[in-house]
Write a protein that binds this ligand. Structure first.
Ligand code: GLN
Length: 272
């Protein structure tokens, strides 16, 4: 009988311990149990163990990324956003400028992650993971100010269209616009200069960038197409869920504390 009581007492203590531990489990913002502490998240993500995160971009895409007049310092909405995200994560951010079409392949070797006005699409998802999205854009058309032949996406048929190499604009011009000749540029600004020189008829590029480039280059105007909306996100190495969770949490915090809206106003809305 005594033995039985002992067993019962041990069982009761065990039950109590289990209950106490269950109560300690971490919860995420939705109140869901994650069971992951920050130290284990860092252990599962090599990038979260580092003090400096190397971020790839292509600083040819105003107002999201461009070089300041010194020709070396990257600035723009994405640059400020990723710094704010880094701060929330307690990390320093180092920007690595490269060609747009080299960015995704650089993740996991030359850079840790990338921010470059990158549209989430099926093809890219085979190569990288994406954070939550942070901006919605749509392709727009830059033409010469005095051009009255191109008034819509329909009118691009059979025209010479300039795009930035490897972008969604490149894909759309190549796959969806009948009879178009596609000229692919490393820098969007070169395409705009070729438009002004008469070498091409139009530039197909994301909306906010089309506005910024047109505003900076007299003699051009922007035509809205009726293309599908595109959503920008930060590109991440495949399968690093601890990193993805941490970036998404920081992005959410940057949105909640008002920083995100301040940056939108400073870099994008003020130029509209
Ligand atoms: N959003 C487009 C894309 O992801 C263009 C990005 C860019 O030129 N930086 O392809």
């Amino acid at each position: 009988m005594k033995k039985m009581r002992k067993v019962l007492a041990v069982l009761m203590i065990l039950t109590l311990l289990v209950t106490v531990f269950a109560g300690c489990k971490k919860q995420d913002d939705n109140g869901k149990e994650t069971g992951t502490t920050e130290s284990t998240a860092a252990e599962t993500s090599p990038i979260l163990q580092k003090d400096v995160i190397v971020v790839g971009t292509n600083a040819e895409f105003p107002p999201f990324e461009y070089l300041l007049d010194d020709g070396v310092t990257p600035d723009g909405f994405d640059m400020a956003l990723i710094k704010a995200i880094g701060e929330k994560m307690g990390k320093e951010v180092k920007i690595e400028n490269m060609d747009f079409d080299a960015i995704l392949a650089a993740i996991g070797n030359k850079v840790d992650i990338a921010i470059a006005g990158l549209t989430v699409d099926e093809e890219r998802l085979l190569q990288v993971d994406f954070s939550d999205t942070y901006f919605t854009a749509v392709q727009s058309i830059i033409v010469k100010e005095n051009d009255d032949t191109i008034k819509s996406a329909e009118d691009l048929k059979g025209k010479k269209i300039g795009v930035q190499l490897g972008t969604t604009g490149d894909l759309i011009a190549t796959d969806d616009i009948e009879g178009a000749t596609v000229e692919r540029y490393k820098k969007a600004i070169t395409a705009v200069l070729d438009l002004l020189n008469g070498r091409i008829d139009a530039v197909l590029i994301d909306s906010a960038t089309a506005k910024a480039l047109s505003a900076a280059n007299k003699g051009t105007k922007v035509i809205e197409g009726d293309f599908e909306p595109e959503h920008y996100a930060i590109a991440l190495p495949k399968g690093d869920t601890a990193l993805k969770d941490s970036i998404n949490k920081a992005l959410k915090e940057v949105k909640e504390d008002g920083t995100f809206d301040e940056l939108l106003e400073k870099y994008i809305e003020s130029g509209e």
